[in-house]
Design a protein around this ligand. Structure first.
Ligand code: NAP
Length: 346
């Protein structure tokens, strides 16, 4: 593998404030290429532009409509939009593949012969072991392949869904394969840090196990519960909508996530998800038994533990401490409320 210079010193020549904790500095990457201009790719491109992490950003997408939209959005998104991935990667120092996990290998095959020697090839897929395995055979000698996963997102997709601040104070996990030049990993780490993320390094297998419980299983549960509520049909249909201000509403947000992306996540992280699902089913059976037996002590003990976990997440700054996630609650009605039984002097 070609040796890379390490990241440049972090002396910040600040140019402009571009949003919460986003500060433009000298470029770290001369040319960034982003393949897939959806929520994550669009956020990487916008953040690189807003912070100046890359001197120029080239974007491509397989969809002509998406490419047209990126051109319309203009230079806050990309300096150049190309028709094909193969064309986009020419002369790029960092290539970020931001397409569904199942499409990563085909993209790697399409771009392989145009990658610049010494370039870093990375991705943002939510599963790491299968992506690392499927892309690696296409990576030419002299190109540094470092799979990555920013643990940040929303339930929206497409070119208008992304925003420059998406990664601020979120984690990005790098999973370099054996033999990766440390300087290349340092450069990629510096890039993610420059666009606001905290970086952790681990093996792809460990990533997949951790994410199976923290992200993939919660999505599976949300998809299940929203589907189950829907199948209750006519009896509760109106109630499901009417009373969705309870916990159900938060499940519906997660269950609105992109079907293609999540289909690929479950197909590609099958073993880790099945392992976590086995443990989850055992725990669910324990709670079911406690309810059946009227074992309030077991329920109380369990709920006390989970409440402490939630508070720990807030303390770590990974979520808002505001009640109901800080959602706005409408104003009180200002007109006096009619009180049919009130007398004049009470
Ligand atoms: P997205 O908003 O749907 O964007 C993906 C884009 O890639 C779409 O415009 C899609 O085009 C395009 N695309 C698909 N196949 C392609 C190909 N072969 N060549 C070029 N472009 C292609 O999805 P996303 O949420 O950004 O997800 C992208 C990746 O990020 C996935 O691997 C996902 O696992 C990972 N990720 C997602 C989140 C999240 O919360 N959403 C968080 C972290 C990581 P079409 O619309 O024509 O299919």
């Amino acid at each position: 593998m070609t040796s890379l210079p390490g990241p440049p010193p972090q002396g910040r020549r600040e140019r402009a404030e571009c949003g919460a904790n986003i500060v433009a500095t000298d470029p770290l990457i001369s040319r960034l290429c982003v393949i897939g201009a959806g929520l994550i790719g669009g956020s990487v491109a916008r953040a690189a532009k807003a912070t100046g992490a890359a001197a120029s950003v080239v974007v491509t997408d397989r969809s002509a409509d998406v490419r047209k939209r990126v051109r319309e959005i203009g230079s806050s998104f990309a300096d150049k939009v190309t028709e094909t991935s193969a064309e986009a990667v020419k002369d790029a120092d960092l290539v970020v593949v931001a397409v569904p996990v199942g499409a990563c290998a085909a993209v790697a095959r399409d771009i392989a012969s145009n990658l610049k020697p010494g370039a870093i090839l990375s991705d943002v897929g939510s599963v790491k072991a299968s992506v690392a395995r499927d892309m690696a055979p296409f990576v030419p000698e002299g190109v540094h392949f470092i799979p990555a996963h920013p643990v940040a997102g929303t339930e929206n997709s497409g070119p208008d869904a992304g925003f420059a601040e998406l990664f601020v104070n979120r984690w990005c996990i790098l999973t370099p394969v054996q033999g990766t030049a440390p300087a290349a990993t340092e450069t990629l780490q510096a890039f993610w840090e420059k666009i606001g993320a905290n970086v952790a390094v681990m093996t792809p297998e460990h990533h997949d196990l951790v994410l199976a419980i923290t992200s993939h299983l919660p999505h599976l549960i949300a998809y299940t519960i929203v589907g189950t509520a829907n199948e209750l049909g006519d009896v509760t249909e109106s109630e499901v909508l009417k009373f969705s201000a309870g916990g159900f509403r938060d499940f519906t947000r997660i269950a609105a996530s992109d079907p293609t992306m999540w289909r690929d996540v479950f197909l590609h992280n099958k073993d880790a998800v099945l392992e976590m699902l086995g443990t989850f089913n055992e725990d669910l059976s324990k709670l079911t038994r406690a309810i059946r037996r009227g074992d309030g002590e077991a329920l109380f003990e369990h709920f006390t533990r989970t409440r402490a976990i939630r508070r720990g997440i807030v303390t770590l700054g990974q979520d808002s401490a505001a009640p109901d996630f800080g959602r706005a609650h409408g104003p009180l009605p200002i007109a006096p409320i009619a009180r049919p039984y009130a007398s004049d002097d009470d």
